[in-house]
Design a protein around this ligand. Structure first.
Ligand code: AMP
Length: 210
């Protein structure tokens, strides 16, 4: 099953992707996570992406599309995958079509701008393994270290309130039109992002008929 998790920044796409991919036994492919890793390691892709990510803007389509093309051709993607954070523009969705990818469902996690700003200010990330947490809704045992690997929690630079406003603008102008694109194909299923993490998982699985 090839699934797209769609929604604004902070809606919980990454958190749900982690849970659902374990349940379904398929990998999550997150362009944001790949870009953060590339930036941490100072690779050519990371260097290209840094200025855009830190400003809350989209990395050029050609860069992210190349990442996806490489990743989806790996053997662990043969039985399906969850796309988290890709596609984010119409040209990216068209590139996915051109690769011959067949999408089974687009799960749209919906959240208001106000809730997004509130959520992102309390979001934390493990600086070592990249697991994502929320100080109130998805805390670690001490809210200082990662429960999975013990790494120290950090705040993403692009969760700074000024950058968040830019990411929201970018979402509304460039990413939201994708909903109509996939709606026209009858693929969009909507889930409220304001529920608890287990409840959102339950609703997503129900929408997928699992
Ligand atoms: P995310 O972790 O999905 O919120 O992504 C973090 C940042 O990485 C975004 O704000 C963009 O700068 C960049 N990024 C991630 N995925 C994409 C994409 N599909 N297209 C363009 N930029 C992306």
């Amino acid at each position: 099953m090839n699934i797209i998790l769609f929604g604004p920044p902070g809606a919980g796409k990454g958190t749900q992707a982690e849970i659902i991919c374990q349940k379904l036994g398929i990998p999550t492919v997150s362009t944001g996570a790949v870009l953060r890793e590339a930036m941490k390691n100072g690779t050519p892709t990371g260097l290209k992406a840094k200025q855009y990510v830190e400003a809350g803007e989209l990395v050029p389509d050609a860069v992210v599309t190349a990442i996806i093309k490489d990743r989806l051709s790996e053997p662990d993607c043969a039985n399906g995958y969850i796309l988290d954070g890709f596609p984010r523009t119409i040209p990216q969705a068209e590139a996915l079509d051109a690769m011959g990818v067949k999408i089974d469902a687009v799960l749209s996690i919906e959240l208001s701008d106000e809730e997004i700003v509130n959520r992102l200010s309390n979001r934390r990330l493990c600086g070592v393994c990249g697991a994502s947490y929320h100080l109130l809704y998805n805390p670690t045992k001490d809210n200082v270290h990662c429960d999975k690997c013990g790494g120290e929690l950090i705040t993403r630079k692009d969760d700074d309130p000024k950058v968040v406003m830019n990411r929201l603008d970018t979402y509304h102008s460039q990413t939201e039109p994708l909903k109509a694109f996939y709606n026209a194909k009858g693929l969009v299923k909507t889930v409220s992002g304001s529920e608890t993490i287990p409840e959102i998982t339950r609703r997503i699985l129900a929408e997928l008929g699992i």
